[in-house]
Ligand binder design. Structure first.
Ligand code: NAD
Length: 249
């Protein structure tokens, strides 16, 4: 029996990086998986999983896309048990006064409003079936200040507040809402990862990470799996740093 046997999961940003690893891992653990992304890459990931997965195009900043992705889970697999609001992007990193209002709106539309929409419509579905687990991908930047990351960090801090408040709103409805806070992870957000799927030996992250190395997408997926599974049945409203010790360093 897998750790998610019988569960139905929707994962956003499933076409790359952490979301891709979550989709593959959750399927290996017995879940049916809806792979949602706006890139088109979700089709390949779902195809590699087979009958236990379906791909759906979704831009998480668009309400109709979020509602459709939840409906796909319900229509294809009967219900929604797990929602990973994982899709996001960093935008350009620079001092705050050089950032534009347009960049602010774009980064927040996806990284913050996208999570709000996911929780809102995910919860509506889960309330119908008696509960579920939501795992939001925030960031270590939501916990501590990072130079040149103001807009992104503010959105990720917002994700943590959405997580805590939603955890309280639905604590008595069987819906747990938690977050992971990745540190520096070797994914599509890191340009060099496009040429090297794993960090070349000796490659160091740009900030001082106590463990001295990049994190891997699979390590984020492992944390998400725990929070999504019944093993975390008494855990709600937490933000787990998965960052090689960065935020305590
Ligand atoms: P990634 O680029 O490999 O994957 C992100 C995926 O999200 C892509 O497939 C992309 O197409 C998708 N996506 C982006 N905007 C979308 C939208 N509007 N609608 C639907 N899909 C969208 O990057 P990743 O590192 O795996 O990112 C996953 C999450 O982790 C993001 O929320 C990111 O902010 C967060 N994060 C990443 C790091 C890191 O170091 N890589 C650190 C902290 C947090």
């Amino acid at each position: 029996m897998g750790r998610l046997a019988g569960k139905v999961a929707v994962i956003t940003g499933a076409g790359s990086g952490m979301g891709k690893e979550m989709a593959l891992l959750f399927a290996r653990e017995g879940a049916k998986v809806v792979c949602a992304d706006r890139s088109g890459m979700q089709e390949q990931i779902a195809a590699s999983i087979g009958d236990a997965a379906v791909a759906v195009h979704a831009d998480v900043s668009v309400s109709a896309d979020i509602q459709n992705m939840i409906k796909v889970a319900e229509d294809r697999f009967g219900r929604l048990d797990i929602l990973c609001n994982n899709a996001g992007f960093g935008g350009k990193m620079m001092p705050l006064h050089e950032q534009t209002e347009e960049a602010y709106d774009n980064v927040h539309a996806v990284n913050l409003k996208g999570v709000f929409l996911g929780i809102k419509y995910g919860v509506i579905s889960m309330l119908r079936t008696g509960g579920g687990a939501i795992v939001n991908t925030a960031s270590a930047t939501g916990l501590v200040g990072w130079k040149d990351h103001s807009i992104y960090a503010a959105a990720k801090a917002g994700v943590l507040q959405l997580t805590k408040c939603a955890a309280l709103d639905y604590a008595q409805n069987g819906i747990r809402v938690n977050a992971i806070c990745p540190g520096m992870v070797w994914t599509g957000l890191v340009k060099a990862s496009l040429e090297n799927p794993v960090p070349p030996p000796g490659t160091k992250p740009p900030f001082n990470v106590p463990m001295g190395r990049w994190g891997l997408a699979a390590e984020q997926a492992n944390a998400a799996l725990f929070l999504a599974s019944d093993e975390a049945s008494y855990i709600t409203g937490v933000a787990i740093p998965v960052d090689g010790g960065y935020v305590v360093g």
